[in-house]
Ligand binder design. Structure first.
Ligand SMILES: C[S@@+](CC[C@H](N)C(=O)[O-])C[C@H]1O[C@@H](n2cnc3c(N)ncnc32)[C@H](O)[C@@H]1O
Length: 398
């Protein structure tokens, strides 16, 4: 390289990119790459606030300031649309979740010669970063890290331990895989741990699936004012503030609809927010999530009809889709190619598409545009702050 080059944007995997298309790890928008390859920090380059940044795989972008982070999330979504030649009539302000709001996380732990290590893994490695601080976790989740370290040090075998933490209505729902509790004394230890730390639920998976050992009252998650039973491992939007933004968009965009289908509905995050007086069909393939949604809707007499169906193998057909005033879909990272083909072939004219993967969304968006839809609104959302995971909401009409 002969002349210094300025970083113009952050690429999908978190590297800084120059005008000539060169990628530099650790560089952010506005940094200058000197001829010897060193990074001269620009106005958007900040000192990473967490001591683990650089080794911990949980965050990739703590060296970017708020403006550069926002630009990254926005461009990921807008560029994905443009890459498929899908033009948005309006790009709404990007939402970024603040620090200390992540309400679910899976940590890894291992007993060591000195005690135990617990935390996220290093990037591209199985090594565990022993977490002394975490700026993304909701404080009740982080508060359990030190006690869990002690528990693993005293009671785990030599194998890996996985710990899923979710903030439920009653406190933290904790599911541990890899600690064996044979005998009464070992079980007592786990019960004491749950009681001492006021867990909402403690489940242990000893190779035969999650088994609840402590749950003083049924664990629930309140969605739009409805307390829904919380099954093990069920999907939840990662932050409350992010969920509120997704719901506000969906409610505004689908306000006029009398009947809706919420596809890939999970526990009913969108269905419960959109129902009444509107009627909502909530379709979901995970049986536990489907049953939780159904139970909550029936118990409260809410006009949500829960349907158990695999929408990859058996998407709602065009004739079924045409019965609804509008469709909301929020598929997993793979997107919803088969389902979108049926939506495209139907008579429905209003579709809200929420996505956690701009690439698969853009592919599906193109199929909708080819079927006569227009992308009216597009909002980039960054619930996984400081990471390269990006989400979005979008409204299509025809
Ligand atoms: C991104 S989550 C969204 C869940 C829900 N909309 C929410 O906001 O909480 C995607 C959901 O799709 C479900 N899912 C995955 N594959 C599916 C399939 N083939 N058919 C139907 N649902 C599926 C998952 O179980 C999960 O609940």
């Amino acid at each position: 390289m002969t002349a210094p080059e300025t970083i113009l944007r952050i690429a999908a995997k978190g590297d800084g990119v120059t005008a000539s298309g060169r990628h530099f790890a650790g560089a952010v928008t506005g940094d200058v790459i000197l001829p010897d390859g060193t990074i001269e920090a620009g106005p958007h380059h900040v000192a990473p606030p967490c001591r683990h940044f650089g080794t911990c795989g949980g965050c990739q972008l703590q060296h970017a300031d708020e403006e550069a982070l926002r630009q990254f999330v926005t461009e990921r979504v807008v560029n994905a649309a443009e890459g498929q030649e899908v033009a948005a009539a309006e790009v709404l302000p990007t939402h970024l979740s603040p620090p200390a709001t992540r309400r679910r996380a899976t940590l890894h732990a291992l007993r060591t010669a000195k005690g135990a290590a617990i935390g996220f893994r290093e990037g591209r490695s199985n090594r565990i970063v022993d977490m002394q601080e975490c700026l993304i976790l909701d404080p009740p989740l982080f508060a359990l890290v030190a006690p869990l370290r002690k528990l693993v040090a005293a009671h785990a075998g030599r194998g890996p331990v996985d710990i899923s933490l979710t903030l439920a209505d009653q406190g933290v729902d904790c599911a541990i895989t890899g600690i064996e509790t044979e005998g009464l004394a070992a079980t007592e230890v786990m019960l004491d741990f749950a009681r001492d730390h006021r867990l909402a639920r403690l489940s242990l998976d000893q190779g035969y699936g999650a088994e609840t050992v402590w749950e003083p009252e049924p664990a629930t998650i309140t969605l739009a004012g409805v307390a829904v039973p919380l099954p093990h491992g069920a999907f939840l939007q990662p932050t409350r503030d992010g969920e509120a933004v997704l719901l506000a968009d969906a409610k505004e965009w689908l306000a006029e609809s009398a009947t809706m289908a919420d596809l890939f509905a999970g526990l009913g995050t969108f269905a419960f927010a959109l129902a009444g007086p509107a009627k909502v069909l909530a379709v979901e393939a995970a049986r536990d999530a489907h049953l939780a949604c159904k139970t909550a809707a029936n118990a409260r007499g809410i006009p949500v009809h829960a349907m158990h169906r695999d929408l990859f193998r058996n998407p709602l057909q065009a004739a079924e889709i045409s019965r609804f005033s509008s469709i909301l879909l929020d598929p997993p990272r793979a997107g919803a190619r088969e389902q979108v083909a049926q939506i495209a072939a139907s008579e429905v004219s209003r579709v809200a598409y929420v996505s956690c993967n701009p690439s698969s969304w853009a592919r599906d968006a193109k199929a909708l545009v080819e079927a006569g839809f227009r992308l009216e609104k597009l909002r980039p959302v960054g619930q996984f702050r400081w990471s390269t995971h990006v989400e979005l909401t979008s409204l299509f009409t025809r």
